[in-house]
Design a protein around this ligand. Structure first.
Ligand code: NAD
Ligand code: GLY
Length: 391
């Protein structure tokens, strides 16, 4: 018996003249071409993807585009974070120029966050900006990176150091693509989902606590809910602060330590969501150390991260250079690392952290054999920091 069709969900991202829709429907990829009608007047479409995604979805996407009258040019990149470089951007631009792409020609990002960030940045700078559409195929990309217009590449001194805010014309999500995602990537994506519960929505966090066993098994209904709710939260935050001058910074929760770990591992060991998973727990632990949240908050986050199958431990070698790596984060202002700290599940505060406080916390963690400081007992926050927290 065939399953009933799931209705298409549309989540608007209201950004004035840069507004667009996130369209979510199982099976959407098969009708990709029909979704682009209003988005471009040119038949030329560059389909940027990576080898893994291409092996599953490129032919179907090209077929659908040709059936709808487009002239697609595939641009297939090597998979993985190490592709996110200026060198790759140069190669993509080279293809666009050789194929005489014009101002109205469209780029399509068919893949995960790496493909999405690269495609968006190439679209932002080719001929000073051409339209692009996100067709995300990983959980990280479907719940986070495809929405909000952050595009760019890594620099050897820091992740995402080079880039532009440049919004897509649409985000087209087919959750069925997640079925071919390697389990490790799926689990890693759950870290970004958990992030949304911590930063804005306790009810969603409770849903995740209840449904995590089903989510880990990729059950259809909770997966749809998770993508929809995550996109709604991201759209709401981005609509209120498109260029991250203020509230959008809450989306970086877990990423200050996460990015530092990724960078220290040379983008080889930990994948993005795994690093963020560690960051979610350790930044809560650090917040607890600073006197900003209760121990129970850390423990709830830790339990959920563990139940998702993610690690929450900072790798053994990472403690000493971690502060240095945090200095290269974009969230540094006047030399101070500005962090996002949970005060309870569903609410965060943004404030700088002093080097001394972070050093104490890192040292405490190291002394305890890489257990987080609050993992065994609560460390009393230094008086100076406590005063700041109460303000
Ligand atoms: P990724 O793009 O590297 O994809 C992960 C792996 O899964 C790759 O090997 C890819 O080939 C493979 N893959 C993708 N879709 C597949 C599918 N459906 N079936 C089988 N294999 C598939 O990683 P990611 O986790 O999607 O994205 C991480 C990147 O996103 C990082 O660079 C991060 O900085 C960036 N990011 C950006 C934002 C933003 O707002 N722009 C937000 C979060 C993360
Ligand atoms: N992923 C963080 C942001 O989009 O702002």
């Amino acid at each position: 018996m065939s399953r009933p069709a799931v209705a298409e969900q549309i989540i608007p991202v209201p950004l004035g003249e840069r507004s667009y829709d996130i369209v979510l429907r199982p099976g959407l990829l098969a009708t990709l071409g029909s979704k682009l009608g209003a988005l471009t007047t040119s038949p030329k479409v560059g389909v940027v993807t990576d080898r893994h995604v291409a092996s599953h979805y490129l032919q179907g996407a090209l077929r659908s585009l040709r059936e709808a009258g487009y002239d697609p040019t595939p641009i297939i990149l090597p998979p993985g974070e190490r592709t996110k470089t200026l060198g790759t951007i140069a190669k993509v631009l080279d293809v666009l120029a050789r194929h005489k792409f014009e101002r109205q020609s469209l780029l399509l990002a068919l893949g995960g966050g790496v493909v999405g960030d690269i495609t968006g940045f190439a679209a932002a700078i080719y001929q000073r900006g051409i339209p692009y559409v996100q067709v995300p195929t990983t959980l990280v990309a479907q719940v986070d990176s495809s929405v909000g217009g952050k595009t760019g590449v890594d620099h050897r001194l820091g992740k995402n150091l080079i880039g532009a805010f440049y919004q897509p014309r649409a985000v087209l999500i087919d959750p069925l693509t997640l079925r071919t995602l390697p389990r490790r990537e799926w689990i890693a994506g759950l870290a970004e989902v958990i992030k949304y519960g911590i930063i804005t929505d306790e009810e969603f966090f409770v849903f995740l606590e209840q449904e995590m066993p089903a989510l880990v098994k990729l059950a259809d209904a909770p997966v749809m809910h998770v993508i929809k709710r995550s996109c709604e939260i991201k759209a709401e935050v981005v609509a209120g602060d498109e260029r991250e001058s203020d509230r959008r910074r809450i989306l970086n929760y877990g990423h200050t330590i996460g990015h530092a770990l990724e960078s220290l591992a040379g983008y080889r060991g930990l994948i993005h969501g795994e690093a963020v998973g560690i960051g979610l727990v350790q930044e809560a632990d650090l917040a607890c150390h600073m006197g900003l949240c209760a121990h129970e908050v850390v423990e709830r986050i830790r339990r959920l991260v563990q139940r998702a199958g993610l690690s929450e431990q900072v790798p053994r070698t990472a403690f000493a250079p971690i502060w240095k790596a945090m200095q290269h984060d974009k969230k540094v202002a006047e030399g101070r690392v500005v962090g996002v700290w949970p005060v309870r599940i569903g609410a965060v505060t943004i404030q700088p952290i002093e080097r001394q406080i972070c050093a104490e916390w890192l040292q405490a963690a190291q002394d305890r054999g890489h257990q987080s400081p609050s993992g065994r007992r609560q460390v009393r926050a230094p008086a100076r920091q406590k005063t700041r927290a109460r303000k």
